[in-house]
Design a protein around this ligand. Structure first.
Ligand SMILES: Nc1ncnc2c1ncn2[C@@H]1O[C@H](COP(=O)(O)OP(=O)(O)OP(=O)(O)O)[C@@H](O)[C@H]1O
Length: 366
Protein backbone atom coordinates (compact mmCIF):
# COMPACT_ATOMS: atom_id res chain seq x y z
CA UNK A 1 0.00 0.00 0.00
CA UNK A 2 1.85 3.13 -1.23
CA UNK A 3 2.25 6.31 0.81
CA UNK A 4 1.00 9.41 -0.92
CA UNK A 5 1.80 11.94 1.82
CA UNK A 6 4.34 12.03 4.63
CA UNK A 7 4.35 14.79 7.25
CA UNK A 8 6.68 14.94 10.22
CA UNK A 9 7.54 17.27 13.02
CA UNK A 10 10.51 17.34 15.44
CA UNK A 11 11.95 14.13 14.01
CA UNK A 12 15.75 14.14 14.55
CA UNK A 13 17.15 17.11 12.57
CA UNK A 14 13.89 17.63 10.64
CA UNK A 15 11.90 20.31 12.44
CA UNK A 16 9.04 20.08 9.99
CA UNK A 17 8.32 18.55 6.58
CA UNK A 18 5.16 17.86 4.61
CA UNK A 19 5.84 15.87 1.45
CA UNK A 20 3.54 14.88 -1.34
CA UNK A 21 5.20 11.59 -2.32
CA UNK A 22 2.87 10.67 -5.18
CA UNK A 23 5.28 8.35 -7.02
CA UNK A 24 6.20 4.70 -7.03
CA UNK A 25 9.91 5.45 -6.68
CA UNK A 26 10.84 8.25 -4.26
CA UNK A 27 14.48 9.28 -3.90
CA UNK A 28 15.90 11.27 -0.97
CA UNK A 29 19.32 12.66 -1.83
CA UNK A 30 21.79 14.85 0.04
CA UNK A 31 25.05 15.00 1.95
CA UNK A 32 25.97 12.90 5.00
CA UNK A 33 23.97 13.84 8.05
CA UNK A 34 21.42 15.88 6.06
CA UNK A 35 18.42 13.81 7.27
CA UNK A 36 17.77 11.29 4.48
CA UNK A 37 17.73 8.19 6.68
CA UNK A 38 15.58 10.06 9.19
CA UNK A 39 12.85 10.25 6.55
CA UNK A 40 12.94 6.45 6.11
CA UNK A 41 13.00 6.08 9.88
CA UNK A 42 9.86 8.23 10.11
CA UNK A 43 8.06 5.98 7.61
CA UNK A 44 9.21 2.97 9.60
CA UNK A 45 7.71 4.49 12.73
CA UNK A 46 4.46 4.93 10.83
CA UNK A 47 4.40 1.25 9.88
CA UNK A 48 5.64 -0.28 13.14
CA UNK A 49 5.40 2.33 15.91
CA UNK A 50 9.17 2.31 16.36
CA UNK A 51 12.46 3.36 14.79
CA UNK A 52 14.72 0.86 12.98
CA UNK A 53 17.85 2.58 14.31
CA UNK A 54 17.13 3.24 17.94
CA UNK A 55 15.32 1.26 20.62
CA UNK A 56 14.57 4.42 22.57
CA UNK A 57 12.19 6.72 20.71
CA UNK A 58 13.30 9.57 22.99
CA UNK A 59 16.59 9.74 21.03
CA UNK A 60 14.65 10.32 17.83
CA UNK A 61 12.72 13.32 19.18
CA UNK A 62 14.40 16.54 18.09
CA UNK A 63 16.62 18.04 20.79
CA UNK A 64 14.67 20.50 22.93
CA UNK A 65 11.30 19.32 21.61
CA UNK A 66 8.79 17.55 23.83
CA UNK A 67 7.31 15.25 21.19
CA UNK A 68 7.64 14.05 17.61
CA UNK A 69 4.78 13.37 15.25
CA UNK A 70 4.60 11.48 11.97
CA UNK A 71 1.52 11.46 9.78
CA UNK A 72 0.97 9.49 6.59
CA UNK A 73 -1.74 9.10 4.00
CA UNK A 74 -1.94 5.86 2.06
CA UNK A 75 -3.12 5.31 -1.49
CA UNK A 76 -6.89 4.93 -1.11
CA UNK A 77 -7.14 7.56 1.64
CA UNK A 78 -6.42 5.70 4.86
CA UNK A 79 -4.37 7.74 7.36
CA UNK A 80 -1.85 6.73 10.00
CA UNK A 81 -0.40 8.86 12.78
CA UNK A 82 2.22 8.32 15.49
CA UNK A 83 3.14 10.64 18.33
CA UNK A 84 6.03 9.94 20.73
CA UNK A 85 6.58 12.07 23.81
CA UNK A 86 9.77 12.58 25.81
CA UNK A 87 8.04 11.30 28.95
CA UNK A 88 7.61 7.90 27.21
CA UNK A 89 3.93 8.38 26.43
CA UNK A 90 2.70 8.08 22.88
CA UNK A 91 -0.29 7.72 20.61
CA UNK A 92 -1.04 5.70 17.51
CA UNK A 93 -3.94 6.58 15.27
CA UNK A 94 -5.40 4.74 12.30
CA UNK A 95 -7.94 6.80 10.33
CA UNK A 96 -7.97 9.42 13.15
CA UNK A 97 -9.03 6.77 15.67
CA UNK A 98 -6.80 5.62 18.53
CA UNK A 99 -5.29 2.19 17.76
CA UNK A 100 -4.66 -0.40 20.42
CA UNK A 101 -1.43 -1.86 19.13
CA UNK A 102 1.28 -1.22 16.59
CA UNK A 103 0.32 -4.42 14.73
CA UNK A 104 -2.62 -2.39 13.38
CA UNK A 105 -0.06 -0.09 11.74
CA UNK A 106 1.83 -3.08 10.33
CA UNK A 107 -1.35 -4.49 8.82
CA UNK A 108 -2.00 -1.15 7.02
CA UNK A 109 1.56 -0.42 5.95
CA UNK A 110 3.73 -3.53 5.45
CA UNK A 111 7.37 -2.47 5.21
CA UNK A 112 10.66 -3.98 4.16
CA UNK A 113 13.93 -2.28 5.15
CA UNK A 114 17.31 -2.71 3.48
CA UNK A 115 20.07 -0.92 5.35
CA UNK A 116 23.49 -1.60 6.84
CA UNK A 117 21.88 -3.77 9.54
CA UNK A 118 20.29 -6.07 6.95
CA UNK A 119 23.38 -8.29 6.88
CA UNK A 120 22.24 -9.59 10.26
CA UNK A 121 19.88 -11.87 8.31
CA UNK A 122 23.00 -13.87 7.49
CA UNK A 123 25.50 -13.17 10.24
CA UNK A 124 23.20 -12.31 13.18
CA UNK A 125 21.50 -14.59 15.71
CA UNK A 126 18.50 -16.86 14.97
CA UNK A 127 16.11 -14.27 16.43
CA UNK A 128 16.72 -11.93 13.48
CA UNK A 129 15.92 -14.64 10.93
CA UNK A 130 12.92 -15.84 12.94
CA UNK A 131 11.55 -12.30 12.83
CA UNK A 132 11.97 -12.19 9.06
CA UNK A 133 10.11 -15.46 8.61
CA UNK A 134 7.43 -14.28 11.03
CA UNK A 135 6.99 -11.00 9.14
CA UNK A 136 6.06 -13.13 6.13
CA UNK A 137 3.84 -15.51 8.10
CA UNK A 138 2.07 -12.54 9.76
CA UNK A 139 1.21 -11.01 6.38
CA UNK A 140 0.33 -14.29 4.65
CA UNK A 141 -1.50 -16.22 7.40
CA UNK A 142 -3.68 -13.80 9.33
CA UNK A 143 -4.35 -16.25 12.18
CA UNK A 144 -0.63 -16.40 12.99
CA UNK A 145 -0.45 -13.36 15.32
CA UNK A 146 -3.05 -14.80 17.73
CA UNK A 147 -1.41 -18.25 17.94
CA UNK A 148 2.05 -16.76 18.40
CA UNK A 149 0.79 -14.49 21.17
CA UNK A 150 -0.88 -17.45 22.93
CA UNK A 151 2.34 -19.46 22.60
CA UNK A 152 4.45 -16.66 24.06
CA UNK A 153 2.17 -16.11 27.03
CA UNK A 154 2.15 -19.87 27.83
CA UNK A 155 5.95 -19.92 27.47
CA UNK A 156 6.28 -17.03 29.92
CA UNK A 157 4.17 -18.89 32.48
CA UNK A 158 6.06 -22.17 31.99
CA UNK A 159 9.40 -20.40 32.41
CA UNK A 160 8.17 -18.67 35.58
CA UNK A 161 7.24 -22.11 37.01
CA UNK A 162 10.59 -23.61 35.91
CA UNK A 163 12.47 -20.84 37.72
CA UNK A 164 10.91 -22.00 40.99
CA UNK A 165 13.16 -25.07 40.64
CA UNK A 166 10.57 -27.75 41.36
CA UNK A 167 7.56 -28.55 39.27
CA UNK A 168 4.00 -28.58 40.47
CA UNK A 169 2.53 -30.60 37.58
CA UNK A 170 -1.00 -29.38 38.35
CA UNK A 171 0.11 -25.80 37.75
CA UNK A 172 2.21 -26.70 34.72
CA UNK A 173 -0.36 -28.83 32.84
CA UNK A 174 -2.71 -26.09 31.52
CA UNK A 175 0.20 -23.95 30.32
CA UNK A 176 1.86 -26.89 28.60
CA UNK A 177 -1.40 -27.72 26.91
CA UNK A 178 -1.63 -24.17 25.53
CA UNK A 179 2.08 -24.21 24.68
CA UNK A 180 1.79 -27.45 22.68
CA UNK A 181 -1.46 -26.51 20.94
CA UNK A 182 -0.40 -23.04 19.83
CA UNK A 183 3.24 -24.11 19.30
CA UNK A 184 2.30 -26.86 16.83
CA UNK A 185 0.08 -24.43 14.91
CA UNK A 186 2.81 -21.76 14.82
CA UNK A 187 5.26 -24.34 13.47
CA UNK A 188 2.80 -25.62 10.85
CA UNK A 189 2.06 -22.07 9.63
CA UNK A 190 5.78 -21.26 9.47
CA UNK A 191 6.50 -24.45 7.51
CA UNK A 192 3.78 -23.71 4.95
CA UNK A 193 4.97 -20.14 4.44
CA UNK A 194 8.63 -21.22 4.38
CA UNK A 195 7.87 -23.59 1.48
CA UNK A 196 6.44 -20.67 -0.50
CA UNK A 197 9.31 -18.39 0.51
CA UNK A 198 11.86 -21.04 -0.48
CA UNK A 199 10.56 -21.21 -4.05
CA UNK A 200 10.49 -17.42 -4.40
CA UNK A 201 14.00 -17.07 -2.94
CA UNK A 202 15.41 -19.71 -5.33
CA UNK A 203 13.73 -17.94 -8.27
CA UNK A 204 15.67 -14.79 -7.41
CA UNK A 205 18.94 -16.66 -6.86
CA UNK A 206 18.63 -18.02 -10.38
CA UNK A 207 19.15 -14.42 -11.63
CA UNK A 208 22.59 -14.40 -9.94
CA UNK A 209 25.80 -16.15 -11.07
CA UNK A 210 25.25 -19.89 -10.68
CA UNK A 211 28.95 -20.49 -9.90
CA UNK A 212 28.39 -18.77 -6.53
CA UNK A 213 24.67 -18.78 -5.79
CA UNK A 214 23.88 -22.17 -7.33
CA UNK A 215 25.05 -23.80 -4.10
CA UNK A 216 23.31 -21.43 -1.66
CA UNK A 217 20.51 -23.17 0.21
CA UNK A 218 18.18 -22.33 3.10
CA UNK A 219 16.78 -24.70 5.71
CA UNK A 220 14.00 -24.21 8.22
CA UNK A 221 14.61 -25.43 11.77
CA UNK A 222 11.46 -25.69 13.87
CA UNK A 223 13.12 -25.37 17.28
CA UNK A 224 12.98 -29.00 18.38
CA UNK A 225 14.02 -32.43 17.05
CA UNK A 226 12.21 -33.21 13.79
CA UNK A 227 11.29 -36.77 14.73
CA UNK A 228 9.51 -35.75 17.96
CA UNK A 229 6.20 -34.01 18.56
CA UNK A 230 6.46 -30.76 20.56
CA UNK A 231 4.89 -32.56 23.54
CA UNK A 232 7.53 -35.32 23.36
CA UNK A 233 10.34 -32.80 23.01
CA UNK A 234 9.11 -30.83 26.06
CA UNK A 235 8.81 -34.01 28.14
CA UNK A 236 12.25 -35.19 27.08
CA UNK A 237 13.80 -31.84 27.99
CA UNK A 238 11.98 -31.20 31.25
CA UNK A 239 14.83 -32.13 33.57
CA UNK A 240 17.31 -29.93 31.72
CA UNK A 241 14.76 -27.10 31.52
CA UNK A 242 14.34 -27.30 35.28
CA UNK A 243 18.04 -27.04 35.96
CA UNK A 244 18.43 -24.15 33.47
CA UNK A 245 15.22 -22.40 34.55
CA UNK A 246 13.81 -21.93 31.04
CA UNK A 247 12.26 -23.83 28.12
CA UNK A 248 15.03 -24.86 25.73
CA UNK A 249 12.94 -26.28 22.89
CA UNK A 250 9.96 -25.01 20.90
CA UNK A 251 9.04 -22.57 18.14
CA UNK A 252 10.72 -19.71 20.05
CA UNK A 253 14.04 -21.40 19.08
CA UNK A 254 13.22 -21.72 15.36
CA UNK A 255 15.74 -20.57 12.77
CA UNK A 256 16.43 -20.38 9.06
CA UNK A 257 19.95 -21.45 8.10
CA UNK A 258 21.72 -20.08 5.03
CA UNK A 259 24.25 -22.64 3.92
CA UNK A 260 26.75 -22.76 1.08
CA UNK A 261 29.16 -25.66 0.58
CA UNK A 262 28.18 -26.90 4.04
CA UNK A 263 29.21 -23.62 5.72
CA UNK A 264 27.22 -20.64 7.01
CA UNK A 265 26.74 -18.40 3.94
CA UNK A 266 28.25 -15.28 5.52
CA UNK A 267 31.61 -17.09 5.89
CA UNK A 268 31.74 -17.75 2.15
CA UNK A 269 30.02 -14.89 0.34
CA UNK A 270 31.62 -11.48 -0.29
CA UNK A 271 29.97 -8.42 1.24
CA UNK A 272 28.20 -7.51 -2.02
CA UNK A 273 27.11 -11.12 -2.55
CA UNK A 274 25.72 -11.19 1.00
CA UNK A 275 23.77 -8.02 0.29
CA UNK A 276 22.30 -9.58 -2.87
CA UNK A 277 21.34 -12.71 -0.89
CA UNK A 278 19.57 -10.49 1.65
CA UNK A 279 17.88 -8.50 -1.14
CA UNK A 280 16.75 -11.80 -2.71
CA UNK A 281 15.30 -12.89 0.62
CA UNK A 282 13.56 -9.56 1.32
CA UNK A 283 12.01 -9.38 -2.14
CA UNK A 284 10.96 -13.05 -1.88
CA UNK A 285 9.26 -12.20 1.44
CA UNK A 286 7.44 -9.31 -0.24
CA UNK A 287 6.42 -11.50 -3.19
CA UNK A 288 4.92 -14.06 -0.80
CA UNK A 289 2.39 -11.45 0.38
CA UNK A 290 -0.94 -11.11 -1.41
CA UNK A 291 -0.85 -8.60 -4.29
CA UNK A 292 -3.20 -6.12 -2.55
CA UNK A 293 -0.89 -5.89 0.47
CA UNK A 294 2.39 -5.36 -1.33
CA UNK A 295 4.91 -3.71 0.99
CA UNK A 296 6.73 -0.41 0.74
CA UNK A 297 10.51 -0.87 0.57
CA UNK A 298 12.78 1.48 2.51
CA UNK A 299 16.26 1.25 1.05
CA UNK A 300 19.02 3.17 2.80
CA UNK A 301 21.88 3.86 0.44
CA UNK A 302 21.19 1.36 -2.34
CA UNK A 303 24.55 1.92 -4.10
CA UNK A 304 26.65 0.96 -1.10
CA UNK A 305 28.39 -2.43 -1.62
CA UNK A 306 26.58 -3.12 -4.93
CA UNK A 307 27.92 -2.64 -8.44
CA UNK A 308 25.73 -1.10 -11.15
CA UNK A 309 24.49 -4.49 -12.46
CA UNK A 310 23.41 -5.67 -9.01
CA UNK A 311 21.74 -2.33 -8.25
CA UNK A 312 19.73 -2.68 -11.47
CA UNK A 313 18.81 -6.30 -10.64
CA UNK A 314 17.70 -5.39 -7.15
CA UNK A 315 15.59 -2.54 -8.58
CA UNK A 316 13.98 -5.05 -10.96
CA UNK A 317 13.22 -7.47 -8.10
CA UNK A 318 11.63 -4.65 -6.12
CA UNK A 319 9.52 -3.55 -9.08
CA UNK A 320 8.05 -7.08 -9.18
CA UNK A 321 6.92 -7.25 -5.56
CA UNK A 322 6.58 -3.80 -3.93
CA UNK A 323 3.91 -1.12 -4.05
CA UNK A 324 6.50 1.65 -3.65
CA UNK A 325 10.16 2.17 -2.83
CA UNK A 326 11.77 5.02 -0.87
CA UNK A 327 15.51 5.18 -1.46
CA UNK A 328 18.29 7.34 0.00
CA UNK A 329 21.54 8.19 -1.71
CA UNK A 330 24.19 10.88 -1.75
CA UNK A 331 24.48 11.52 -5.47
CA UNK A 332 21.32 12.36 -7.45
CA UNK A 333 22.33 10.70 -10.73
CA UNK A 334 23.77 7.55 -9.12
CA UNK A 335 20.68 7.08 -6.94
CA UNK A 336 18.29 7.51 -9.89
CA UNK A 337 20.24 5.29 -12.31
CA UNK A 338 19.01 1.78 -11.32
CA UNK A 339 15.36 2.78 -11.80
CA UNK A 340 15.58 4.50 -15.18
CA UNK A 341 15.72 1.28 -17.23
CA UNK A 342 12.53 -0.20 -15.71
CA UNK A 343 9.01 0.02 -17.17
CA UNK A 344 6.67 2.85 -16.01
CA UNK A 345 5.90 3.86 -13.30
CA UNK A 346 9.19 2.54 -11.87
CA UNK A 347 11.28 4.59 -14.30
CA UNK A 348 9.63 7.88 -13.23
CA UNK A 349 11.14 8.57 -9.80
CA UNK A 350 10.35 11.62 -7.75
CA UNK A 351 13.41 13.21 -6.18
CA UNK A 352 13.72 15.18 -2.96
CA UNK A 353 16.88 17.02 -1.98
CA UNK A 354 17.64 16.98 1.73
CA UNK A 355 19.90 19.62 3.28
CA UNK A 356 20.39 20.27 7.01
CA UNK A 357 16.96 18.82 7.80
CA UNK A 358 15.15 20.77 5.07
CA UNK A 359 13.48 18.72 2.33
CA UNK A 360 12.56 20.13 -1.08
CA UNK A 361 11.50 18.55 -4.35
CA UNK A 362 14.27 18.50 -6.97
CA UNK A 363 14.51 17.89 -10.70
CA UNK A 364 16.23 14.73 -11.91
CA UNK A 365 19.00 15.74 -14.30
CA UNK A 366 18.63 13.90 -17.64
N1 LIG B 1 17.37 13.90 18.33
C1 LIG B 1 17.97 14.63 17.42
N2 LIG B 1 17.69 15.96 17.31
C2 LIG B 1 18.29 16.71 16.34
N3 LIG B 1 19.18 16.22 15.46
C3 LIG B 1 19.49 14.93 15.53
C4 LIG B 1 18.91 14.06 16.50
N4 LIG B 1 19.39 12.81 16.32
C5 LIG B 1 20.25 12.88 15.29
N5 LIG B 1 20.31 14.15 14.82
C6 LIG B 1 21.07 14.66 13.64
O1 LIG B 1 20.18 14.46 12.56
C7 LIG B 1 20.88 14.08 11.41
C8 LIG B 1 20.30 12.73 11.02
O2 LIG B 1 20.84 12.39 9.87
P1 LIG B 1 20.51 11.06 9.08
O3 LIG B 1 21.06 9.92 9.77
O4 LIG B 1 19.11 11.10 8.68
O5 LIG B 1 21.49 11.46 7.88
P2 LIG B 1 21.69 10.91 6.46
O6 LIG B 1 21.34 12.04 5.51
O7 LIG B 1 21.02 9.63 6.27
O8 LIG B 1 23.26 10.73 6.49
P3 LIG B 1 24.28 9.65 5.95
O9 LIG B 1 24.45 9.92 4.48
O10 LIG B 1 25.52 10.00 6.71
O11 LIG B 1 23.74 8.31 6.28
C9 LIG B 1 22.33 14.02 11.78
O12 LIG B 1 22.93 15.23 11.37
C10 LIG B 1 22.32 13.89 13.29
O13 LIG B 1 23.43 14.48 13.89
Amino acid sequence: MALTRLALRSFRNIAQADLSLGATVVLFCGANGSGKTSLLEAVHMLGTGRSFRSRQSQGVIQYESEALTVFGRLHGGRTLGVEKRRDGQGRIRVNQTAAESSSQLAACLPLQVIDSESFAALDGGPGVRRQLLDWTVFHVEHSFAGHWKAYQSALKQRNALLRRGKIDSKLLAPWELQLVRSGEIVDALRRTVFEKLYGLFMERLSDLPAAVFGDLDIHYRGGWKKDLSLREALDAGLEGDLSQGFTRVGPHRADIRFVIHGQPAHLVLSRGQQKMAVCALRTAMAAAVDGTQRPVFLVDDLPSELDANNQALFARWISGCASQVLVTGIDHAVTAQPWLGLPAPWCEPKMFHVEHGTVREAEIEP
